[in-house]
Write a protein that binds this ligand. Structure first.
Ligand code: SAM
Length: 350
């Protein structure tokens, strides 16, 4: 699929169009309404999350079974266009998260549940109410298969505090390091790793991790730290640490002055796109809002399909994509459907 598409209308129609054209998505991020019962408006000066005045951005009025039935139909239509290696991230509020998770188990299979990510969305709140401050929402992460999903985890560099805690020693060159045992559990009956090295036996029930030749090499390279009692240990340097694997609590606060209500954090979307898609893949957001997912996908050399029913969202998205040299041209071959195709050049692949 060479396109970067936008469907201006109800996503059930847009997804049906993708199916009809045999188009697939390799990654889906959606942030549907959360059944809050609110209207979200854009006032002249800023896109407030909830405001009494201004242009209606979107209405989040469906509740209860109406909300869940609609979302279930949308999730089934999304699944129908997902490629076998695709993942889906569903951003959702805590009031409906548990029900939406049951839906996702039904549509994608409980075996395809990967994570429920707690997303810290704002600073601590000091409202007086009979509950703890609510600073998080949730991202439910599922894949089409438990094993064949695209997965490029984005390691995070260690902080200064991490380095000081994990690597307490410093060598003569100023490099921070820690030490680990040079022996491992288990005994070797006749092997050379069970024999003394430099006259030292491995401790009871253990063997040397390396052959005597390799241990000599490590020592010559200055990689063995000798304690005052003559105990050898292996040096591990902070500079060789590849960074921390991401966990399931993320802190990505949303913009203070959004262009569209409930606009999500760009860095969070970049992490999702980099982790769960490859350059050239198709990223789908069929509740596109401000178009942040589409803009970030484009910037990372991915193709994208966006959909939104809101005229306000469509205006914001067009403007934002124009800023990154993507123009929309209305297609003529879909009477009654408003499909746009980006004509700008794709970004260099990330
Ligand atoms: C919570 S907002 C998405 C915000 C977006 N993630 C962002 O970062 O700006 C939900 C969006 O879904 C759109 N929407 C709701 N129902 C829809 C439907 N049936 N088809 C297409 N778009 C829909 C709304 O118009 C709204 O823009």
């Amino acid at each position: 699929m060479g396109e970067r598409l936008f469907y201006a209308g109800d996503n059930l129609d847009g997804l049906e169009l993708l199916t009809r054209r045999g188009l697939h998505a390799d990654l889906v991020y959606i942030d549907p309404p959360f059944a809050t019962g609110n209207d979200f408006r854009i006032s002249q000066r800023r896109a407030n999350a909830i405001s009494a005045s201004g242009q209606l951005a979107y209405s989040d009025r469906l509740r209860g079974s109406d909300y869940l039935d609609t979302l279930e139909r949308q999730l089934c239509a999304i699944r129908a266009v997902m490629s076998p290696s695709a993942s889906i991230y569903v951003h959702i509020g805590l009031a409906v998260e548990h029900r939406v998770r049951v839906l996702l188990d039904e549509v994608f299979g409980a075996e395809n549940f990967r994570n429920s990510i707690a997303r810290i969305k704002c600073n601590p709140k000091n409202f007086a109410r009979y509950a703890y401050g609510n600073v998080r929402d949730s991202i439910l992460f599922y894949s089409m298969s438990p094993k064949t999903l695209t997965w490029n985890p984005q390691r995070e560099p260690l902080s200064e505090a991490d380095i000081e805690r994990l690597y307490p020693q410093t060598d003569v060159f100023g490099r921070r390091y820690t030490t680990t045992p040079l022996h491992a559990p288990g005994i070797t009956r006749d092997g050379e790793t069970g024999k003394p090295w430099r006259g030292i036996d491995p401790p009871e029930g253990r063997h040397w991790r390396y052959s005597p030749q390799r241990l000599d090499e490590l020592d010559v390279q200055g990689l063995v730290a000798w304690s005052s009692t003559g105990n050898p240990r292996l040096k591990k340097f902070a500079e060789d640490n590849k960074g921390k694997l991401p966990q399931d609590v993320w802190e990505y606060k949303d913009p203070q002055n959004p262009l569209y209500p409930t606009q999500k954090n760009a860095d969070m979307l970049r992490r999702i796109i980099l982790t769960s898609s490859n350059p050239g893949d198709v990223v789908l957001d069929c509740f596109a809002g401000s178009g942040e997912t589409l803009v970030q996908a484009h910037g990372l050399g991915r193709r994208f399909v966006g959909m939104d029913v809101s005229a306000a969202a469509q205006g914001v998205i067009r403007g934002r994509l124009r800023d990154v040299d993507v123009e929309w041209v209305e297609e003529d071959d879909e009477p009654g459907l408003r499909v746009f195709r980006a004509t700008g050049k794709p970004q260099e692949l990330a």
